[in-house]
Design a protein. Structure first.
Length: 272
C-alpha cells in the first residue's frame, strides 16, 4: 500500500471545552447560569429579576459576569466567583461540591478514540477555571489526551495579585488579547492550527488571529468559520485532512498508509 503524499495542513488542534467537548444537554451550562444568578442575588444583593438581566448584560458587554462586576468596581475575586461552583454555598452544606451536575457527563469512549487517533498536538483553551476544566475532562475520560490546558488562570495570571478590581481587567475569549496569551502559551503557529469552539464570537476572533476555525454544534458556518460540525464526533467526516499524511521529511509519527488512515477514520466514525 503506497504512502499518500498529502500533507496535513495542521500541526496543532485547539479545543474549547464547554459545549464543544461535551454537549449542553448535560445541563452543566444551565446550572452554571443558575449559580451565577444566585451569586448575584446572595453576594451582590441584586433582586431575582435584576440578577437575570444583569447576568445577560454583563456577559454581552464584558464577556463574563465576573469581568463585568470587577470592571464596575466590585471587589469580587476569582476564587469567590469560581468557588460558587464548589464552596460558595458552604453556608448551605448540601450545595458544596457537586453543585454542578458533573455526573451527567459520561465517559465518551468515541471521543477518546477520535482524540487518540489525532497525532497532532492537542490543547484545550477554555474560559472556565482549572478545577472545572479538569473535572469535566476527567468525567469525559479524556484528560490525558491533551498536552496542555489553557484556562482562566492561564490567561489571567496577575489577577490574584491585583490590589483593586480594575487593576488587571479580566481577559477571556473572544478578546484578541486572551487569544494572544493562549497562542503564546501554546506556542503554536495559528496558520497551522485548527481551533474548535461553539461560540460564533470566539470563532470570529479566532479567524482574526489567523487560525483555521471550526464552529461546533451547528450545521451552518458562521462569520469567520472555515468549517461547521454538528458535534465534535463528526470531525473525521468533515475535516479528514486532519489525518492526512505528512510529506517526506515530516514527523514520522504522522506518516500513515492510506489503509491505516481509512482504518483510523472508520474506527473514529463508529466509536469502536
Ligand atoms: Mg464553549
Amino acid at each position: 500500500m503506497g504512502i499518500s503524499t498529502i500533507a496535513s495542513p495542521f500541526d496543532s488542534i485547539i479545543f474549547d471545552l464547554d459545549d464543544t467537548l461535551y454537549p449542553s444537554s448535560t445541563g452543566i451550562d444551565k446550572c452554571v447560569k443558575k449559580n451565577i444568578q444566585l451569586f448575584l442575588i446572595q453576594k451582590c444583593g441584586f433582586s431575582e429579576s435584576k440578577a437575570l438581566t444583569q447576568r445577560v448584560e454583563l456577559f454581552k458587554t464584558y464577556g463574563s459576569t465576573l469581568a463585568g462586576l470587577r470592571a464596575q468596581g466590585l471587589d469580587i475575586t476569582a476564587e469567590d466567583y469560581h468557588g460558587l461552583n464548589f464552596s460558595f454555598f458552604s453556608l448551605r452544606p448540601s450545595f458544596v461540591h457537586g453543585r454542578l451536575p458533573y455526573d451527567s457527563i459520561d465517559t465518551d469512549h468515541q471521543l477518546r478514540n477520535l482524540l487518540l487517533s489525532i497525532k497532532q498536538r492537542k490543547i484545550v483553551f477554555t474560559n472556565s477555571d482549572r478545577i472545572h476544566a479538569m473535572r469535566a475532562l476527567d468525567r469525559l475520560g479524556i484528560k490525558d489526551c491533551f498536552e496542555q490546558i489553557i484556562c482562566f488562570e492561564t490567561i489571567n495570571p496577575n489577577l490574584p495579585y491585583s490590589t483593586r478590581p480594575d487593576e488587571f481587567p479580566i481577559l477571556l475569549k473572544p478578546s484578541l488579547d486572551a487569544f494572544k496569551i493562549a497562542l503564546d502559551a501554546a506556542n503554536v503557529d495559528p496558520r497551522r492550527t485548527l481551533f474548535l469552539d461553539d461560540s460564533v464570537r470566539n470563532i470570529a476572533a479566532g479567524k482574526e488571529m489567523g487560525l483555521h476555525t471550526v464552529l461546533v454544534g451547528k450545521t451552518m458556518k458562521s462569520k469567520g468559520a472555515d468549517y461547521a460540525v454538528e458535534s465534535v464526533h463528526n470531525l473525521a467526516q468533515v475535516i479528514p485532512e486532519i489525518w492526512a499524511n505528512e510529506m517526506d521529511g515530516g514527523d514520522p509519527t504522522m506518516t500513515r498508509s492510506k489503509s491505516e488512515l481509512e482504518a483510523v477514520l472508520a474506527c473514529a466514525l463508529v466509536g469502536a
